[in-house]
Write a protein that binds this ligand. Structure first.
Ligand code: B1M
Length: 229
């Protein structure tokens, strides 16, 4: 289908994106993402003003019982359509590889949009990312860490009922004697700085951009320590 959004000014284009994301209109979201790119907006701005802003409205109406799981799934599908367009732009990096990360959404939790966004932006910053997907248990995290030897472990949780599982994973790393070998970052809508401290994580990533900054700082200081020895 052909869409023509050229008569919308850019503020209205982003409002239309939020509306269409709410209505789960994937093809429209894909076309609007392309339109915004052709107007020179950065992937980050398209995410913030269109896709993530639209998903925030979905979240509020989901909480208030106005939207139900099938509608939210359609919105998520539309959001993924936009993210597929942005993915090559977010992941492209001319920079040298600066480190490795294993990331996953913890056991019991199937939310993956935010985690995938973090993964894409980490790749864009020069990290190799091993994305374990959703519903990842401690054994799977452990096996991936042993296999890939990453610098950073990232865990995502979107539910208050699944976030405590982050501690299970961190405790397992301790029991296996490898806690000190890896920098653990946690994030997701219900996660807070205090929660991250309580479960023994090294850092809390409020959003994808902040998480990338934290990861880069950690990798840089790790490199400086290594070269000083
Ligand atoms: Co769900 N859901 N959901 N859901 N869902 C929430 C999380 C909820 C807050 C909605 C609400 O009530 N307002 C609520 C949780 C309440 C709570 O626990 N306090 C909720 C619920 C209740 C549920 C179900 C239980 C509903 C049901 O079945 N009755 C169910 C649970 C399923 C399960 O996991 N077992 C469920 C299901 C679903 C769908 C499948 C329909 C769908 C997920 C589809 C998918 O992900 N493929 C869905 C969605 C889409 C949402 C909302 C609306 C949007 C989440 C999202 O994608 N946001 C969400 C409402 C909300 O969060 N406001 C909601 C956009 C994304 C870009 O943001 O994920 O926060 P976010 O990621 C950010 C940061 O948090 C951070 O960076 C990201 C990018 O900036 N970040 C990290 C995330 N992970 C990180 C990891 C890091 C660092 C940073 O590691 C280093």
């Amino acid at each position: 289908m052909d869409f023509d959004f050229s008569d919308l000014n850019s503020d209205d284009l982003f409002l239309q994106m939020q509306d269409d994301l709410y209505d789960g209109l994937r093809e429209e979201i894909v076309a609007q993402t392309n339109e915004a790119l052709s107007r020179g907006f950065s992937p980050q701005e398209i995410l913030d003003r269109g896709l993530v802003a639209g998903m925030e409205i979905v979240g509020v109406d989901f909480r208030d019982g106005i939207l139900f799981v099938p509608e939210v799934l359609m919105a998520a599908n539309a959001m993924k359509g936009g993210m597929e367009i942005l993915r090559p732009l977010l992941t492209q990096t001319g920079a040298e590889q600066i480190g490795k990360m294993v990331i996953g959404t913890v056991k019991g939790d199937i939310h993956d949009i935010g985690k995938n966004l973090v993964a894409m932006m980490m790749e864009g910053a020069g990290l190799e990312v091993i994305n374990l997907g959703i519903n990842v248990d401690a054994d799977q995290f452990l096996a991936a860490i042993r296999q890939h030897k990453p610098d950073i472990l990232g865990m995502s949780a979107l539910l208050t009922t699944t976030m405590p599982y982050m501690k299970v994973v961190i405790d397992t790393l301790g029991e296996e004697g490898i806690r000190d070998e890896i920098y653990v970052m946690v994030g997701g809508a219900p996660v807070t700085e205090n929660f991250a401290k309580d479960v023994g994580a090294d850092a809390y990533g409020r959003d994808a951009a902040v998480s990338v900054d934290i990861a880069k700082k950690h990798l840089l200081s790790k490199r400086q320590v290594k070269s000083a020895v």
